[in-house]
Design a protein around this ligand. Structure first.
Ligand code: GSH
Length: 221
């Protein structure tokens, strides 16, 4: 059986988890928190969470790579999460890159002060992150359709990625800059409601919330 190593407060972990659940794939969630120890690094050399254990001793890291693998190996004709045409698939990948590289990874620099009880982020980091987050928002404004899904009428991997990454970005921006920069895109609130209609999404969010206290109480890394 597949094993997903990571922790339920993690937005990246949850993108993989929810897609696996939506596809009805049987998997075991193996809870592992940062900091990574040697055993975890042997599974995923970057020490990032999550990683997927495909069979005994065979591991795959990087969330988007894992999502691709799941979609290739466990295609569900009733729920295709890639568009049928190459340009449509490329757009999904483009949007997921923008969400990861500009929004999430830039806002992540703020997380130590927001999602830990003892972290502090320098003014320099806060100033540096803001225009990068804004770039991500500008990219979304131009490319995202929210009609009703993020790239139009088809639910794709980008919707799951978006809904689990937008939340910590919004929370971090509000906490650090006093304003939710993502509120510039009002359709995000509707998209959240739409995704919350899915029972797997609701279940993953509940487990995420339940793990928040445990995650935040960990000693500093
Ligand atoms: N590029 C990685 C990013 C994953 C990531 O940043 N995960 C966070 C948890 S949400 C993590 O590993 N944090 C611990 C650390 O950076 O040491 C992916 O796509 O899987």
């Amino acid at each position: 059986m597949l094993k997903l190593h990571g922790f339920p407060f993690s937005n990246y972990h949850n993108v993989v988890k929810v897609v696996a659940m939506e596809k009805g794939i049987e998997f075991e969630e193996v809870i592992a928190y940062p900091p990574p120890d040697d055993a975890y690094r042997a599974r995923n050399p970057t020490g990032k969470y999550p990683c997927l254990e495909i069979e005994d001793g065979v591991f795959l890291g990087e969330t988007k790579v894992i999502l691709n693998y799941l979609e290739e190996v466990y295609p569900d004709p009733a729920l295709p999460l890639w568009p049928a045409d190459p340009l449509g698939r490329a757009r999904v990948r483009e949007l997921m890159e923008i969400i990861d590289l500009y929004l999430e990874m830039s806002a992540r620099r703020l997380y130590p002060q927001v999602f830990s009880s003892h972290g502090k982020v320098s003014e320099e980091v806060k100033l540096h992150a803001r225009p990068l987050i804004q770039r991500g928002i500008d990219g979304l404004k131009q490319l995202a359709q929210f009609d009703p899904y993020i790239l139009g009428s088809q639910l794709t991997l980008a919707d799951f990625s978006a809904t689990f990454h937008f939340e910590p970005v919004s929370i971090a921006c509000k906490a650090i800059y006093g304003v939710d920069l993502l509120a510039e895109i009002p359709a995000i609130a509707r998209h959240r409601e739409l995704m919350d209609e899915r029972s797997c999404v609701r279940q993953v969010r509940e487990e995420q919330l339940a793990d928040q206290k445990i995650f935040m109480a960990r000693p500093s890394t």
